[in-house]
Ligand binder design. Structure first.
Ligand code: GLU
Length: 349
């Protein structure tokens, strides 16, 4: 069992991404496997080192610990090039110099003709173009390819090459695309189980196509449902999907967050409260749900309150977070207020 968390450093970690990290981590820890952290920073325009720092800091605060050194996609560009060269030399991928304008016209034409989804018309497929400025590389997809896969949560997903076009694996600036790099990485890093948000469900058949073209074994996929707010809408900044470190500033315990998140899209009987060890013990890949999960603030507060009352390392934590430098006073305050507070900030107040 080897899992990974593969965030793109294009923003803060929010509730949804932390839940993905948590599930991948729990699965690996349950089976005494390996959990790695991979920073997917090939989108040069949107990736920022500050975000990488924040991701690392957030995971450390939550004690979602990874094995080995952090992997960075930006350090693996030679490897991606090697795979691309191999695919092109074997005639499995090809250079394409269609202009943005041509592709836009094509798209507009197809939309006008009522195509359900615009697709590349394979204009450059047999032109034998070589590397050159402004050229992308596309993977050949044949209509008879079976791109079906089994999903741990959504079950069997039947897909065929007829529904997918020759997609771009390398951009004209030489950077690999997400769907390409993720497959090379998951293969090279021996990932056995890919846990990610179900917004990626439609990417997976493209990835399956690459595994099949390269004759590489596929990992098990598990696409976890998105998280909704109480009103049933996708989580917005206001409802808590912004930087998860804001909870730290508000003095919430990291374990309270993990406990609240573990129940979003997963159940274990009717148990709501789990210590870290209990979570690891119970999380074996069963009990995952397909329907969207709802983040309920009142429930989170209830969980947070419980852990304020039941954490044995609260003083140690409060000291490490610099919430107190007077241990005796802290213990007294805690004794008086413990059954009424849900965060260190409330204690302080
Ligand atoms: N970098 C991708 C993301 O943040 C990773 C998706 C995956 O786990 O494959 O959505």
């Amino acid at each position: 069992m080897k899992t990974r968390f593969a965030p793109s450093p294009t923003g803060f970690l929010h509730i949804g991404s932390v839940r993905t990290a948590l599930f991948s981590w729990l699965l690996a820890r349950h089976f005494n496997g390996t959990f790695i952290l991979r920073i997917e920073d090939t989108d040069r325009q949107r990736s920022k080192p500050e975000y990488t720092e924040l991701i690392l800091e957030t995971l450390k605060w939550l004690k979602i610990d990874w094995d080995g050194a952090v992997e960075y996609q930006s350090r693996r560009l030679d490897r991606y090039q090697e795979v691309i060269d191999d695919l092109v030399s074997r005639g499995l991928a090809y250079y394409c110099d269609c202009s943005v304008e041509r592709l836009e016209n094509l798209r507009a034409e197809q939309m006008a003709q009522g195509f359900p989804q615009p697709r590349y018309d394979e204009h450059c497929r047999n032109l034998n173009l070589t590397k050159g400025p402004g050229r992308v590389v596309r993977l050949k997809i044949s209509p008879d390819m079976d791109l079906s896969f089994n999903d741990l949560i959504h079950g069997y997903q039947e897909r065929s090459g007829a529904d997918y076009d020759d997609w771009v694996i390398q951009r004209s600036d030489g950077d690999p695309t997400y769907n390409f790099a993720v497959v090379v990485d998951d293969y090279d890093m021996d990932i056995t189980h890919v846990i990610r948000g179900d917004d990626h469900l439609n990417n997976t058949p493209r990835q399956v196509a690459l595994y099949k073209t390269l004759n590489w074994p596929m990992p098990v996929f598990g696409h976890i449902p998105m998280i909704l707010d109480e009103a049933g809408a996708r989580l917005s900044k206001r409802s808590g999907s912004a930087n998860i470190l804001q909870y730290r500033e508000q003095g919430f315990l990291p374990h309270a967050i993990l406990n609240a998140l573990v129940r979003l899209g997963w159940s274990h009987g009717d148990v709501e409260l789990f210590t870290r060890e209990e979570m690891i013990k119970a999380f074996d890949g069963t009990g995952l749900q397909r329907s969207p999960a709802c983040f309920n603030t009142d429930k989170f507060y209830w969980i947070a309150k419980h852990w304020m009352q039941h954490s044995s390392d609260l003083l140690e934590y409060a000291q490490s977070e610099k919430w107190t430098d007077q241990p005796d006073l802290f213990q007294k305050q805690l004794f008086l207020a413990q059954d009424r507070i849900k965060s260190l900030l409330e204690l302080k107040e």
